[in-house]
Design a protein around this ligand. Structure first.
Ligand SMILES: NC(=O)c1ccc[n+]([C@@H]2O[C@H](COP(=O)([O-])OP(=O)(O)OC[C@H]3O[C@@H](n4cnc5c(N)ncnc54)[C@H](OP(=O)(O)O)[C@@H]3O)[C@@H](O)[C@H]2O)c1
Length: 266
């Protein structure tokens, strides 16, 4: 008999935040579809969660930067009505001066952080809307806010641009979804203890204190329960985001868009 448990599809589940969240969701009683490139890691996690949490865990090995492989995940979302949570978490860092970043690498970065979440969200939403329930979680980063900041922050334009896309995309989507029963939430962690920093472009955590991936997973689960649109695992004072929204609003609607600003009149 087919399981009636709801199913979460989590990308980037072979390590770090995705693995910790998959574990948490399985222990909370969900079945899973877990996605990443390293099949053996996914299979080991699936075997463990089946044994320890009684979850049915399907492994879907895919490189989300490869259109044909991304399409297999899109198809998986189309075919399973039990998937009521999509977590777009897969990703890697892209630190270094932009003019030195290999164009293909920058392209793959956009593929995994922007194109894949957009395509997977587009695939998941119609079914969720028809059923009147579900959630899409996009894992961005606090660095989405860091565009104008200078040293000691390293060169990071493509990564930050991609994470800013995820933040704005999710916020605007959440407005569209109001009243539908379907949630959209963007997660904005600070530095987290994962394999993120082990790659050439992952940057250096230095002496910074890192949050555990398990705590980020906890914030995601509780953030969804709270109905948050922005989930910042390490921030107590969320009124800062209200202030930010007010500045955005004032900037957008503050003056007549038809009038040339004073400083441009020569
Ligand atoms: N760690 C931090 O300080 C931090 C802070 C803010 C935001 N984040 C974000 O958190 C998310 C998770 O990262 P993490 O910190 O948990 O790092 P991680 O331990 O390196 O995990 C990254 C995951 O993404 C998967 N992945 C990478 N490229 C992929 C691709 N092309 N196709 C499919 N899966 C791919 C990796 O699996 P495979 O290698 O097996 O494919 C892995 O499961 C990322 O989006 C990252 O930008 C991290």
């Amino acid at each position: 008999m087919e399981s009636k448990r709801s199913v979460a599809l989590v990308t980037g589940a072979s390590s770090g935040i995705g693995a910790a969240l998959s574990e948490r969701l399985a222990r909370d009683g969900r079945d899973l579809v877990i996605v990443a490139r390293r099949r053996e890691r996914l299979e080991a996690l699936a075997t463990r969660l089946q044994a320890e949490a009684g979850a049915t865990v399907e492994v879907l090995a895919a490189d989300l930067t490869e259109p044909a492989q991304l399409e297999r995940v899109v198809e998986r979302l189309h075919e399973d009505e039990r998937i009521d949570l999509l977590v777009n978490n897969a990703g890697f860092g892209g630190y270094g001066p932009f003019a030195e970043l290999e164009p293909d690498f920058a392209d793959r970065l956009i593929g995994v952080h922007v194109r894949a979440p957009m395509r997977l969200t587009r695939a998941a939403l119609p079914g969720m809307l028809a059923r009147g329930r579900g959630a899409v979680v996009n894992v961005a980063s606090l660095l989405a806010l860091s565009g104008p900041l200078r040293a000691p922050m390293a060169g990071r334009a493509t990564y930050v641009g991609a994470k800013a896309f995820l933040m704005s995309f999710t916020q605007a989507l959440a407005v569209e979804l109001e009243g539908t029963g379907v949630q959209a939430m963007v997660v904005m962690p600070g530095m987290v203890q994962t394999e993120f920093f082990s790659t050439k472009r992952g940057g250096e955590p230095g002496a910074a204190a890192l949050m555990s991936a398990r705590d980020v997973a906890q914030a995601i689960v509780v953030g969804l329960e709270l109905g948050e649109v922005i989930c910042v695992p390490g921030l107590d004072d969320m009124s800062l985001f209200d202030a930010l929204r007010n500045v955005q609003k004032a900037t957008l609607f503050g003056r007549s868009a038809a009038q040339l600003a004073e400083r441009y009149r020569r």
